[in-house]
Ligand binder design. Structure first.
Ligand SMILES: [Zn+2]
Length: 401
């Protein structure tokens, strides 16, 4: 159950400096720690509206989760329609005193811009914005096609009232996108080295092995669940899940905790628990993978081990945007500006691309992610300029096709 509460009013600030640095600083100075809007979307909407975009600010709510502000902006009515996507919310700064420059100051030092969100991903939003403003100004707003912004304030949080609902809202209004570029930080260490063309899926399982409590000195009167849990854990770890696929590494299963919670040294516990998470490739769905996990556990358990497996509902499927002409355009723009030929990768965690892929082909390219979520998160000012140039080059190529 969900509903649209209201659409926030937009006010248009006058901005003199449209450099990505100035735009990124303005965004960093909005303390938009999830779920707080912090003024970031308000500011972004104002800038886009002043540039001729039609801006909507849908706010979504759902019982048990915080209300979330979002932004949707579009200029142009025709196709092709290129959508920029991202988020303005950021993870908490942690200890503010630990930062060399305040997390929300937007200070520049030695060619680096410091602040929470510098790379994840206010810096990326600033580059998209700067590129789009320059492109629209250059064409006088007249070009064949549409440019849009789909920006949420709920990427780092539960991701319930963000991109998923924003996409459904846009779909209900008849919005149809041709391609989406998501500006998450995709480069491990150098701008230009990596595009993400898909993401692995994620599946979490909770395993309980049931025994019977008793005195350690009388094990025949009890049933120790711990050897059974070890046997089942081995069954999941011994054989690889797969050998990878054309665009994906092998799927990986990691145990994240094993718990017995038994403070006594003379008691055999009643049950033993473990949690694991699997990052899986496009050879699996959550359903086929869940069935395989269950098959392995049942084979290992036989009649000797009693267990319960609880697979958490997953909203993170594995997906691939097969490389096509759009991917090629992005890669060419990157190579022209950086001299690097980007790897087409599916590594890393999940992102909102897993939702956008149902609306249109989506690929991800943004800044260097090295410092994301860290104290002293920072980005090279030169990288902001180069990423903006890449996005601008893409816009020109995309609408000249
Ligand atoms: Zn992010």
């Amino acid at each position: 159950m969900s509903h649209l509460d209201e659409t926030m009013p937009v006010s248009s600030p006058v901005i003199a400096d449209r450099s990505p640095l100035a735009l990124a600083q303005a965004l960093i100075r909005c303390p938009s720690v999830t779920p707080e809007e912090g003024g970031a979307l308000q500011w972004l909407g104002g800038v886009l509206e002043a540039a001729g975009f039609t801006v909507e600010r849908p706010r979504f709510s759902e019982p048990g989760t915080p209300d979330i502000d979002n932004l949707y902006a579009r200029i142009g009515t025709g196709s092709p329609y290129l959508l920029f996507a991202g988020h303005t919310d950021v993870v908490p700064p942690g200890s503010v005193e630990a930062w060399r420059h305040g997390p929300f100051h937007g200070a520049v030092s030695d060619g680096m811009l410091y602040g929470r969100g510098a790379v994840d991903m206010k810096g990326g939003i600033a580059c998209m914005l700067s590129a789009a403003l320059a492109f629209v100004a250059e064409r006088g707003g007249a070009f064949n096609g549409s440019i849009g912004f789909l920006v949420t304030g709920d990427e780092e949080g539960p991701a319930v009232n963000g991109t998923v609902k924003l996409l459904a809202w846009a779909k209900a209004r008849g919005e149809r996108f041709d391609h989406c570029l998501l500006g998450e930080p995709t480069n491990p260490s150098r701008l230009g080295e990596m595009i993400k063309i898909g993401r692995r899926g994620s599946l979490t399982g909770k395993l309980v092995v049931h025994g019977r409590q008793g005195h350690v000195a009388y094990p025949h009167k009890a049933e120790n669940p711990i050897p059974g849990l070890l046997r089942l854990a081995s069954a999941l770890l011994d054989e690889p899940l797969d050998g990878g696929s054309a665009h994906f590494d092998a799927s990986i299963l990691e145990f994240t905790t094993i718990d017995v919670g038994n403070p006594a040294t003379n008691v055999i516990p009643a049950d033993a628990r473990a949690t694991f998470n699997i990052r899986f490739n496009d050879g699996w769905t959550a359903q086929t993978l869940g069935a395989e996990i269950r098959r392995r556990l049942e084979a290992a358990a036989g009649n000797a081990v009693r267990f319960t497996l609880d697979l958490q509902p997953s909203n993170s499927p594995a997906f691939l945007t097969a490389p096509d002409a759009f991917t090629h355009l992005v890669a060419e723009a990157i190579e022209a500006e950086t001299g690097l030929r980007p790897t087409l990768s599916t590594t890393g965690g999940t992102s909102d691309a897993r939702f956008i892929k149902d609306a249109c082909p989506v690929i991800e390219f943004g800044l260097v992610g090295e410092t994301m979520h860290q104290t002293d998160e920072c980005v090279a000012v030169a990288d902001l300029d180069r990423l903006t140039a890449i996005y601008q080059r893409l816009l020109t190529a995309y609408f000249n096709r």
